[in-house]
Design a protein around this ligand. Sequence first.
Ligand SMILES: [Zn+2]
Length: 86
Amino acid sequence: MCDCRKVLEEKLLAKVQEMRPDAINITGSLAGYGFIIKNNKMTSRPTTTFDVEYTHKLKNGKEKLKKEKVSIALSHCPHCGEKVAD
Ligand SMILES: [Zn+2]
């Protein structure tokens, strides 16, 4: 897998340090990554989120709005397009 996440995080941390020269102990991480378990091995994968809303009926007959966030593992890096290793 490419190293876009690491490279971008390093650049962003350097940019923050440049913008805030008095800051110390700067940490940060790029959103849009998650972990999946495949073949008993945990690996980091780029992800995106699908926000979905729907109305469903409760057991008492009333309707209720439901909002869910579904995380989707991406097959390719969103930054460079390289295929993510299986
Ligand atoms: Zn990449």
